[in-house]
Design a protein around this ligand. Structure first.
Ligand SMILES: *[C@@H]1O[C@H](CO)[C@@H](O)[C@H](O)[C@H]1NC(C)=O
Ligand SMILES: *[C@@H]1O[C@H](CO)[C@@H](O)[C@H](O)[C@H]1NC(C)=O
Ligand SMILES: *[C@@H]1O[C@H](CO)[C@@H](O)[C@H](O)[C@H]1NC(C)=O
Length: 389
């Protein structure tokens, strides 16, 4: 074939040359040479066909096909079965904007029974400024439980994470934007975390954490506590005072009535159904965005109020993240190296009284805050004895 083309090209050049009629004798000889070439080509084609037919008959068409397929392997194929719909994205990176992401995350199956063995996972969603100083504690807590959890991190977009490929935080930073305390941008970040986590259909419970949070029990205890829970752990209470109902704005009616106005800790835990309720909300969002601005701190009111209206019966109305307000002031206590003793950890557990699935329970808080980076070392040391991991 190549030979023929090489020869044909001079013919065409010859055509041009013919205009200037510099080589008349050559143009005359060409047709014969072309015919000869054509005959040669024909012979080549017939030989090839015969060989092909012989090979196919002899080795079978399958053998031929696999050889061909094998040599084209580098192009990865999209799964054709159900996998295509249930496999989580291979990377948490994407180029969707918030509007696109929330829309995509709101997809939900209408048939409740999964036609495959679905192992429910906990999505640990870290809302941080940047570094995760307590990461080694989380690494130890999660170790050995692969397949039962996923990790998502939202940080300042300028933050460059440096985690080892073996870390549970490696490659888990979602596309993020600046989030300010008490502003709607904080709720946007939380919805962004939920939406990214919803893209994995195996995620069933979604827990929002900060860089100062620690687990208070081992993974098995926390996993079973959440998976068997009838309720989602969103702090929601009706505070009649100036920092509760006092922040309500009449313009929110009729979507939000004052009787449904709730306050609660930002650090929530929700099941998949409520996570979808949050990402799909277009009814309450504009009201809160416009009418709950400082001194109305929207991250303390939007989810508790909206979920009370939409799914009040699925809420435990309490948070599962322990925090110490006993020192007074506008911020809860932060614990550092000197605070972390066996006695201190025991005290956290002793005082717990609550209901779990409508029964009295002494396990109420699964996570604790706020722990300073300096608390890490004593925590790592005391965790096996006092926290069970
Ligand atoms: C987790 O903690 C519970 C209670 O403290 C204990 O019974 C259980 O053995 C622990 N599980 C593992 C895997 O360490
Ligand atoms: C939480 O509060 C809502 C009303 O705000 C109520 O309907 C629900 O039953 C409460 N949950 C529990 C577990 O008591
Ligand atoms: C549960 O605790 C409350 C007080 O917190 C008590 O009044 C009640 O009797 C307890 N119920 C059971 C079944 O132990």
């Amino acid at each position: 074939m190549q030979n023929l083309q090489l020869r044909v090209v001079p013919v065409e050049e010859g055509k041009d040359a013919g205009v200037s009629s510099s080589r008349p004798s050559q143009t005359k000889a060409l047709p014969i040479r072309l015919l000869q070439l054509f005959a040669l080509f024909l012979v080549f084609c017939i030989t090839f066909s015969v060989i092909s037919i012989y090979t196919i008959r002899h080795f079978g068409i399958n053998g031929m096909m696999t050889t061909v397929a094998a040599s084209f392997q580098p192009c990865p194929e999209e799964p054709k079965g159900l996998d295509r719909w249930i496999k989580p994205p291979s990377s948490v990176k994407h180029t969707m904007n918030d509007e696109e992401l929330l829309w995509r995350a709101s997809f939900t199956p209408r048939i409740k029974k999964y036609p495959f063995e679905r192992v429910p996972k906990i999505a640990f969603m870290f809302l941080t400024k940047g570094p995760l100083p307590l990461a080694p504690l989380w690494e130890r807590f999660l170790k050995g439980h692969e397949g039962l959890y996923s990790v998502y991190v939202h940080s300042l977009p300028s933050f460059q994470p440096h985690f080892n490929p073996s870390s549970v935080f490696y490659g888990r930073h979602i596309p993020s934007q600046v989030a300010e305390w008490g502003r709607m941008s904080m709720c946007d970040a939380e919805r962004r975390l939920l939406a990214n986590a919803l893209l994995d259909i195996s995620n069933e419970r979604f827990i929002l954490l900060s860089e100062s949070c620690i687990p208070l029990y081992n993974f098995s205890v926390i996993y079973h506590y959440l998976m068997k829970s009838k309720y989602s752990y969103v702090g929601a209470f009706d505070d009649p005072g100036p920092y509760g109902r006092g922040r309500y704005n009449d313009n929110m009616a009729p979507e939000v009535k004052i009787s449904k106005w709730r306050k609660g800790s930002q650090w929530f835990e929700v099941n998949r159904k409520l996570a979808i309720t949050i990402v799909e909300d277009t009814k309450f969002y504009p009201k809160f965005k416009e009418f709950c601005r400082p001194a109305c701190y929207v991250d303390e009111h939007y989810f508790p109020t909206m979920l009370t209206i939409e799914a009040g019966n699925s809420l435990a109305n309490r948070s599962i993240t322990w925090v110490d307000w006993s020192r007074g002031g506008p911020h809860p206590a932060t614990f550092g190296r000197a605070d972390i003793t066996g006695e201190f950890l025991k005290r956290i557990f002793e005082t717990q009284r609550c209901t779990y699935n409508d029964r009295n329970s002494t396990i109420c808080f699964l996570f604790g805050r706020k722990f300073a980076p300096s608390a890490m070392e004593p925590l790592l040391h005391l965790a096996p004895k006092f926290l069970g991991f």
